[in-house]
Design a protein around this ligand. Structure first.
Ligand code: F6R
Length: 615
């Protein structure tokens, strides 16, 4: 979703802002713009890619060392140049960029119209710019940083909804103001320069330290200093953190796309998810961040896992794994449903909110709803500074490193790995023996190397993907632990290649799906050598009998597949409950290569945003 970057310092702002916007591209956007202060405010904005904005600035250069910029993902008002941010107040001297949604903007707009304000766009953001400008005028006196901050506070108190904002005013050239409620905003601290960004990746390489702002924080930035207060003007307790990522982490390196880079990072990201979390002495997992005593863990009667999209698919794998290893009843619910559903849950139910970004609006709302009902609610997040990480009662970090490709890849395997650790931990304090624990741990430790083995087949998977690029639609089918992997394989395919793809349990074929099978509709079967292997083989035969091409993901040495499927991609042998960590890898590569073959922009698929911070 929308991205913000603001700069105040001694360098030319435009190149820094454009570079930051490029790094935020992955969040998803449809237009971009920036405003720079150099005596007066100048703005450049347009719909389309950041490349369009860069061209515009090339034709009409813009200079100055203070500026704000934005990538917009339309919510209120269509995708037009006028609706792109920054927006201005009535005087034209105050500029604002905004992420989030001002829910009462209609009422505020009517009031402002009745007071003689004129609007150029259909956005809720422009209303906020006018409101701040109105307060700035009304406060009167000398134009100063404190007056601008006061105006921001006064306006935000009238607003309902969510915001992460950056504001500047022609009359106050030494100050940028930022504020947040519900939309992430980071203060980046440099030498003689400071930054505002909705995501730390935008300022990596410039700022060594950062403050992850909290809801209702208001920050004032000068070149050499900053001040963080609350919306009421009180003191805000804040923590300065080191910016942990390097520029390598946020660049593609030798890979053509972030998605491919992140697929190839999975041996390391999986290693990081389990590193230090396996106790040889106790032959179990150690998850100290859960903040729960062994007795509290033993008392858990039921687990609810919630998340959106890929995180929900990881949760579905988690349901199978936790029930298998720990025998704790586990349920999965889309966060968007959970938040409005009144699920009966007894007091010993624990809820896990799973989110790579830690900012997904529905997952955050589900977490808050669960806490409201008094349930212990834990997070499984990648972004350690995120709202979900902060608001949950404890949790487990994924340690996957930045995931920039819009299609989630390494976050899926890290989420599954963390849920498997949870299954092991809960199993060991229930019925699993020491030797069971040791065996599971050894199998988990072997997974990163097995992923590496699968990645070596990249060229072959590419050939197979190209062979099926003619497809009109595609079915993804799997059973048990690999039913969620079928869902995930289909999601990867549709989101980056725009090919119609469906994921189903293999046995559901006969209950309707089989009507879609034809030579133009290949099926991808996830059929490792597990307890339902033969059942999957029968389902493959059913598809073949209807002239449907079949690509199968199987286990090395399981020769039956060769006889029934058109193409087979092999994974190394592993226990059933770990197989999703391996079977998903060929599906990610398959979707990637097919989408590239079709000429799709895999890192920035149409209509999608990396972090969905609005409902
Ligand atoms: C799919 C994808 C999305 C996300 C979903 C949740 O490839 O990326 O489905 O998984 O938007 O995002 P997080 O995990 O950040 O809450």
């Amino acid at each position: 979703m929308c991205g913000i970057i603001g700069y105040i310092g001694k360098s030319e702002a435009a190149p820094i802002l454009l570079e930051g916007l490029r790094r935020l591209e992955y969040r998803g956007y449809d237009s971009a713009g920036l405003a720079i202060l150099n005596g007066t405010l100048s703005v450049r904005k347009c719909k389309g890619r950041i490349a369009n904005l860069t061209d515009l600035i090339g034709r009409e250069p813009i200079h100055g060392d203070v500026g704000i910029s934005h990538t917009r993902w339309a919510t209120h008002g269509g995708v037009t140049d006028e609706n792109a941010h920054p927006h201005f107040d009535e005087s034209g001297k105050l500029a604002l960029v905004h992420n989030g949604v001002i829910e009462n903007y209609q009422t505020l707009k009517e009031q402002l119209l009745s007071e003689g304000h004129h609007f150029k766009s259909q956005t809720d953001t422009e209303v906020l710019a006018h409101l701040i400008g109105k307060h700035f005028e009304a406060l009167g006196g000398e134009a100063s940083g404190p007056r601008l901050v006061e105006a921001v506070r006064a306006a935000l108190k009238e607003v309902t909804g969510t915001y992460g904002i950056a504001v500047m005013h022609e009359a106050v050239p030494e100050t940028l103001v930022g504020a947040r409620r519900g939309s992430p905003l980071v203060l980046g601290i440099g030498k003689g320069e400071n930054f505002l960004a909705s995501d730390v990746s935008a300022i990596v390489g410039h700022a060594r330290e950062a403050v992850y702002l909290r809801d209702y924080d208001v920050v004032t930035l000068g070149r050499d200093d900053f001040e963080i207060t609350t919306l009421d003007g009180g003191v805000s307790g804040f923590k300065v953190s080191k910016v942990e990522f390097s520029e390598d982490d946020v660049n593609k390196g030798a890979f053509p796309h972030f998605m491919l880079k992140e697929i190839f990072e999975q041996p390391e990201s999986l290693q990081n998810a389990i590193r230090g979390r396996l106790s040889v002495e106790e032959s179990t997992a150690k998850l100290g961040g859960l903040n729960m005593t062994p007795q509290q863990l033993r008392d858990i009667e039921r687990i609810v896992l919630t998340g959106c999209g890929t995180a929900c698919h990881a949760a579905m794998v988690g349901e199978y794994v936790i029930e298998t290893l720990a025998h704790v009843p586990t349920e999965v619910e889309f966060a968007s449903e959970f938040r409005y559903r009144n699920m009966p849950m007894n007091k010993d139910t624990v809820v896990f909110a799973i989110s790579q970004s830690g900012e997904t609006a529905d997952t955050l709302a589900a977490l808050r709803e669960s806490q409201r009902k008094g349930h212990r609610t834990l997070g499984i997040c990648n972004n350690v500074a995120s709202t979900i990480a902060r608001e949950s009662d404890g949790g487990v970090y994924m340690h996957a490193g930045p995931e920039i490709g819009v299609a989630a890849t390494k976050s899926f395997t890290s989420q599954v790995a963390v849920l498997t650790l949870l299954g092991l931990l809960l199993g060991r304090i229930r019925h699993l023996s020491t030797s069971d624990g040791i065996r599971i741990m050894e199998e988990m430790k072997a997974i990163p190397e097995k992923v590496r083995e699968i990645l070596k087949q990249n060229d072959r998977i590419k050939e197979i993907a190209h062979k099926y690029a003619y497809a009109k639609a595609m079915m993804f089918l799997g059973r048990q632990f690999n039913y969620p992997v079928a869902m995930e394989g289909a999601l990867k395919m549709k989101e980056i290649s725009y090919l119609h793809a469906e994921g189903h349990p293999s046995a559901e074929l006969k209950h309707g799906v089989i009507a879609l099978i034809s030579p133009e509709v290949p099926s991808v079967f996830i059929a490792p050598d597990d307890s339902v292997y033969d059942k999957n083989i029968s389902n493959i035969e059913e598809v073949k009998a209807r002239k449907g091409p079949v690509i199968a993901i199987g286990t090395e040495g399981s020769s039956k597949l060769e006889k029934v499927a058109d193409d087979v991609i092999y994974i190394p042998r592993c226990p059933d409950y770990l197989s999703p960590l391996l079977t998903v890898i060929p599906l990610q590569l398959f979707a990637y290569h097919l989408a590239v073959k079709l000429g799709c922009d895999v890192d920035k698929p149409r209509n999608l945003a990396k972090s969905v911070t609005v409902e």
